[in-house]
Design a protein around this ligand. Structure first.
Ligand SMILES: C[S@@+](CC[C@H](N)C(=O)[O-])C[C@H]1O[C@@H](n2cnc3c(N)ncnc32)[C@H](O)[C@@H]1O
Length: 224
């Protein structure tokens, strides 16, 4: 074999190896993507779950919405129910604020919002604005326009962008008004561990609750 043929063969072999490696890379990439998708499906199942609306009558016995809402809500107020599910708290909120008030109901789950819209229609509510959207971007709500934010079981259910959701709560809440934050559960059933919970609360003035054991807090905007 002459020198030129040898060099050509070596170059060809190098090229084949390069193609094989890039095929291997793209196969590994695809596998990772598929794995991530499976992971997010499992976590959706695990973390986006909520008590089925069928159980609402039983839930009402143990967790009457009035008990949580009554101290904070007045007629005519603007409120936001972030991570509203199918509206366990949204409808009572709408009753509390009355026709002069307004409830923004936000949930990432389209099915939740669909179920809520049916309830809104059936009940003839005109003061609820429902959005299938992430709590990490509620740009349809104006800065400092909301008298009360309810984020019941929201942050622990958010796989990501929790910091952005907290930013949004801070942005929309009026000064000297309250937000109710609660975690349904800590890891492995919810995303927020004690360190993160404490960091979240550091960004507000804590008015009530706040311990990780209790997993709820009433907070307001820090001033000054
Ligand atoms: C534990 S459930 C609580 C539902 C409702 N607040 C209640 O008390 O019945 C949490 C809700 O947060 C919603 N969620 C999860 N991630 C979200 C996100 N990024 N933005 C808005 N809602 C989200 C889920 O779809 C689910 O309905």
């Amino acid at each position: 074999m002459d020198r030129d043929t040898k060099i050509r063969e070596e170059l060809e072999q190098k090229e084949v190896r390069k193609i094989d490696m890039s095929k291997e890379k793209s196969r590994a990439g695809k596998e990772k993507q598929q794995k991530d998708q499976t992971k997010s499906k499992w976590s959706d199942w695990l973390f986006l779950r909520r008590p089925p609306a069928l159980l609402d009558p039983i839930r009402r016995l143990f967790e009457p919405p009035r008990k949580l809402l009554e101290p904070y809500i007045k007629k005519g107020q603007m409120v936001a129910d972030l991570g509203c599910g199918s509206g366990y708290y949204t409808l009572p909120l709408a009753e509390f604020v009355g026709p002069e008030g307004k409830v923004y109901a936000v949930d990432l789950g389209k099915n939740c919002i669909r179920a809520l819209e049916k309830k809104i229609e059936k009940g003839g509510y005109r003061n609820i604005e429902a959005h299938a959207s992430s709590a990490s971007d509620v740009s349809f709500i104006r800065d400092r326009s909301v008298d009360f934010v309810l984020a019941n079981g929201l942050l622990c259910s958010m796989a990501d962008h929790r910091k952005a959701a907290v930013n949004e709560i801070k942005r929309i809440l009026k000064v000297k008004r309250q937000a109710y934050l609660s975690l349904g559960a800590g890891p492995p059933f919810g995303y927020v561990d004690q360190e993160e919970w404490e960091k979240i609360l550091e960004r507000f003035r804590v008015e009530q609750g706040g311990s990780y054991k209790e997993k709820w807090a009433v907070v307001s905007i820090k001033q000054g």
